[in-house]
Design a protein around this ligand. Structure first.
Ligand SMILES: [Zn+2]
Length: 287
């Protein structure tokens, strides 16, 4: 299924056939959507998120409208671990859900760190290709995984339309992959279709990781670090981890080597690279 398929509902179905990096054609869209089953447990979990999230006021750089966006309180959530590809895991709440700011009036959406970084020509492109067709987006205090997913799709659509740098698009794909992984871990699926939902989510995550790898590989060659706030050691490690997840073992080995040989790499990065190296070596022995 297309990673942008949810945009149909916002009047932006034409975007779902765009190429993220303007090269390879993407798979045709699939309208099937996993519905929430609204169990009591999930409602309780979402309600408890209210302690972590507050409505922050923003002014849209495209339409000048003032709006509120659900935003994580800083320092409230407790970090409990990091996945191999640097996804942070928090107890009780998933901050990844709240990292897109989205104007409910004109459809402009971006990751928090890029929201204000919009040039005048880019704002014009958003008005022409997003705002003109955008229907509306329901404003919410707290977001379910599906609410968050549609906001990420909108952010990716905006990034394509405004001709964002490759790294920005790669970063959206990476965070979307983390979001889908969070959804799978939370088992946030329609009760009638849990198995099918999980399978679809796993496929979607794979597709997003593949897109993130492609983008970060290109950004590593064409952009100067820091890239998305990451220094070159972190980007090299991330590329190694994403390549491993995609089964691109040779690329993974190459970038692990770059991290381990980099004198500027800190202990934590080197430790993570060594751990990844063990997996890569095991994979090479097995093949
Ligand atoms: Zn706006």
């Amino acid at each position: 299924m297309s990673i942008l398929s949810g945009l149909d509902a916002l009047g932006l179905g034409n975007l779902s056939s765009y190429d993220i990096y303007e090269k390879d054609a993407m798979a045709p869209g699939d309208d099937s959507e996993v519905k929430k089953d609204g169990t009591a447990r999930r409602r309780m979990e979402l309600l408890s998120e209210k302690d972590y999230v507050f409505p922050k006021t923003y002014v849209c750089p495209v339409c000048d409208h003032e709006f509120k966006n659900p935003t994580m309180r800083s320092n409230k959530a407790r970090l409990v671990g990091t996945d191999m590809d640097l996804r942070p895991r928090y107890s009780k709440v998933d901050p990844i859900k709240y990292d897109v700011i989205c104007c409910p009036v004109c459809g402009y959406a971006a990751l928090t760190r890029y929201f204000d970084q919009l040039t005048y020509p880019q704002a014009r492109l958003v008005r022409e290709s997003i705002s003109k067709n955008f229907s509306s987006l329901e404003e919410k205090d707290i977001l379910s995984y599906d609410d968050a997913l549609i906001r990420y799709q909108l952010a990716l659509g905006n990034a394509m339309v405004k001709r964002a740098r490759t790294s920005e698009k790669a970063y959206i794909c990476l965070k979307m992959a983390w979001l889908v992984r969070g959804k799978t871990e939370a088992f946030d699926f329609d009760a009638a279709d849990k198995n099918g939902g999980v399978y679809q989510a796993k496929e979607q995550e794979k597709e997003l990781i593949k897109n993130a790898l492609e983008g970060f590989l290109s950004a590593r060659q064409n952009e100067t670090p820091p890239i998305c706030g990451m220094d070159n050691v972190t980007i090299d490690y991330l590329v190694a981890a994403l390549a491993y997840e995609c089964g691109e073992i040779e690329i993974s080995a190459k970038y692990i080597g770059a991290v381990l040989q980099n004198k500027g790499a800190g202990k934590r990065m080197k430790d993570m690279a060594r751990e990844l190296k063990e997996k890569v070596v095991a994979e090479l022995r097995g093949s």
